[in-house]
Design a protein around this ligand. Structure first.
Ligand SMILES: *Cc1c(COP(=O)(O)O)cnc(C)c1O
Length: 434
């Protein structure tokens, strides 16, 4: 068996694996051939700024960041100490958490991509309808719901994307429908219905919910379908995170360069959020940033797609996996073709994790630093601990001549969701063995 076949066999056997991307090229060499470019991120960033006055009007909680939806970047040495005390081996360097678990509006990373896409659709319509120009004060849109109400937004979701698209669309005034897969949690459906969002439930998996949504939307010219498997807008909304993180580093005096490497661990579902963030980070930090996706052993669709080079053409079901995981935001059987194409020569690697350790990480973080994150988010920890556990990861550090610089390393757990989880559900998560 060659190495690729061996890895795929391990994936099929539900083993935790570490995959290093041997196709990765120097970022400066590949950026010109990528389907999306830095100018696209800049455009997204400017669009979000145009909408800042509107968001401040509709969502007062965004006023603290002047209408930008952004999350804290937090040092968590207590969590690092607790992990060590609990017997985890860790790589050298400092530990931080990027708290997208408390992003405004949607309480998850989806408040980046999902909100951005809805705003872009709204802007296009508003300009076409002649109610704003790009130089206008967008706060005026708050009074134009009657213009938007004949337009529809639809989306397929395991939960969090639906929350983000649903809440934002309802604020604009769109008629919005969310197609939910069987993995979606009841409280997420309830919350959406409370906000006036139409929720259609399916007995099937995520790809099916997306396909149903896409089909329903195709029949209707006034309907926009948010396509998590292909959308460039979602992807770009996520990518804007990187320039903002750079600003936070500057404020906190954190240096990132070849001698001060940055390691980022990103939970991956369909691949849009971690792919977009990685794209942004590579544009900002180049070779100094090392990005690792993390997926549950039951649905590692991205590592399967990249390692086999089949991208979205292969499903986890093709290797006999169920897709069932407590990390509901990551319960995806087939990766995004856009993200896989963007990451093919860019991503540094992937690590997979079994569900049963996720709530241990959850408890450690909450006890040590008082931060609650949802199960999907906890996957980020497995990337971090994996750097000290897997031989492949240790070889990666050596082969990239990082050994002597690891003491300067900054490790970032990208916490992708959590603040909207109701207390009763949190209590269940804390106590369950998954
Ligand atoms: C959606 C989601 C992810 C992953 O994002 P993808 O774009 O699906 O890869 C990770 N964590 C949480 C909590 C999510 O909701």
């Amino acid at each position: 068996m060659n190495n690729q076949d061996k890895l795929i066999q391990q994936i099929a056997d539900r083993k935790e694996v570490c995959w290093i991307n041997k196709e990765k090229k120097e970022y400066a060499q590949v950026r010109s051939i990528l389907p999306l470019k830095k100018v696209d991120i800049d455009e997204a960033s400017r669009r979000l700024k145009r909408f800042a006055p509107f968001l401040e009007e509709c969502f007062p909680e965004t006023r603290k960041n002047h209408g930008l939806i952004e999350s804290p970047f937090t040092s968590i040495p207590e969590t690092k100490a607790s992990l060590l005390k609990n017997g985890f081996q860790l790589p050298e360097g400092r530990l931080y958490i990027k708290q997208d678990n408390c992003l405004d509006i949607a309480g998850s990373v989806k408040a980046r991509g999902g909100v951005y896409e809805v705003l872009k659709v709204a802007e296009d319509i508003a300009i076409k309808e002649g109610i704003i120009t790009e130089n206008a004060d967008y706060a005026v849109l708050k009074t134009k719901k009657d213009v938007f109400k004949k337009y529809k937004i639809q989306v397929g979701s395991t939960g969090n994307l639906g929350l983000s698209i649903g809440i934002m669309s309802a604020a604009i005034g769109f008629e919005v429908t969310v197609h939910m897969s069987s993995d979606a949690k009841q409280w997420k459906k309830d919350l959406l219905r409370q906000k006036g969002v139409k929720v259609i439930e399916y007995d099937s998996d995520y790809s099916m919910a997306v396909a149903e949504g896409r089909k329903a939307a195709e029949k209707d010219a006034l309907c926009h379908f948010v396509d998590d498997e292909h959308s460039k807008d979602l992807f770009l909304g996520y990518a804007v995170a990187a320039e903002r993180l750079k600003r936070q580093f500057e404020e906190q005096g954190i240096v990132v360069d070849e001698k001060h490497p940055l390691f980022v661990y990103l939970p991956c579902g369909v691949g849009g959020a971690p792919g977009g963030i990685t794209f942004g980070l590579k544009e900002v930090f180049g070779e100094a940033v090392h990005c690792f996706f993390v997926e549950p052993v039951e649905c590692p669709c991205m590592v399967l797609g990249l390692a086999s080079k089949k991208h979205e053409q292969i499903s986890i079901k093709d290797v006999g996996l169920s897709g069932k995981t407590a990390a509901d935001g990551l319960a995806v059987g087939r990766c995004s073709s856009l993200s896989a194409d963007m990451m093919e020569y860019v991503l540094d690697g992937e690590i997979t994790v079994s569900d049963k350790v996720l709530n241990k990480y959850m408890r450690i973080l909450e006890e040590a630093n008082g931060i609650f994150i949802e199960p999907s988010s906890c996957a980020a920890f497995a990337g971090y601990t994996g750097m000290a556990k897997f031989k492949e990861a240790k070889d990666y550090i050596e082969e990239n001549n990082l050994g002597s610089y690891m003491k300067n390393a900054v490790h970032v757990l990208w916490a992708t969701g959590g603040s909207l989880v109701p207390e009763s559900i949190r209590e269940k998560y804390r106590n369950d063995e998954w």
